[in-house]
Design a binder for this molecule. Structure first.
Ligand SMILES: [Zn+2]
Length: 202
């Protein structure tokens, strides 16, 4: 299952997101390596074994690269695959969602970061997807529904979503109560779940 061809802007969204992570990582490694060189420059009177040189420098840069890998979530860029599964439990809050209108007063509600959706994949394994809860998330992600997280996108789509559960923007997580062509919050296109339902099971 992939992002439908109709949603080219989402392909670009994923690319931009990956490139951003990669460039932040590259800047991080440069600064990290630069730190070692600055240390050497400030300690020129030290004997070579007390400076960061040769294999010590290589090890230092490698350590920085590994730390940066986790810091900038490059595992998403390289290893994340499209995964689907049934929602078995979520930490979403009921009282938070239903009365909200995603189009209005977006800044007034309190953000809820790091909500975990627990999915059971077709092979029986569990998958945890972390999202930031938005107005309407509680109604949209209902336990027992089949969700799919497409590669590179932060929010999983609900393959079983009925009309009253709304339409989700996979980029920002905004849930729209009525069918709209573009997300009212970030302006990206919305994926037609019908297109994915046909391909479920691939
Ligand atoms: Zn959006």
């Amino acid at each position: 299952m992939r992002i439908p061809k109709q949603n080219r802007d989402l392909w670009r969204f994923v690319l931009r997101r990956d490139l951003k992570s990669l460039s932040l990582w590259a800047v991080w490694v440069l600064l990290w390596g630069g730190g070692a060189l600055a240390y050497n420059a400030n300690h020129t009177t030290y004997p070579p074994e007390r400076q960061i040189l040769g294999w010590r420098l290589a090890l230092w840069i490698l350590a920085g690269a590994v730390i940066g890998f986790f810091l900038f979530r490059l595992s998403r860029v390289f290893f994340q695959r499209t995964r689907s599964g049934v929602l078995i439990s979520s930490g979403l809050s009921r009282d938070y969602a239903p009365s909200q209108d995603p189009g209005k007063g977006r800044l007034s509600y309190d953000y809820r970061l790091n909500k975990v959706l627990h999915l059971r994949r077709p092979n029986g394994k569990r998958l945890r997807v972390r999202i930031e809860e938005k107005p309407g998330s509680y109604v949209y992600y209902r336990e027992g529904d089949r969700l799919v997280r497409l590669h590179g996108l932060p929010y999983p789509l609900n393959l079983d979503a009925r009309e009253e559960q709304g339409t989700l923007c996979v980029a920002c997580g905004c849930v729209h109560k009525t069918k709209v062509p573009l997300c009212v919050s970030c302006g990206l296109s919305l994926i037609d779940v019908e297109l994915l339902r046909e391909k479920d099971g691939e």
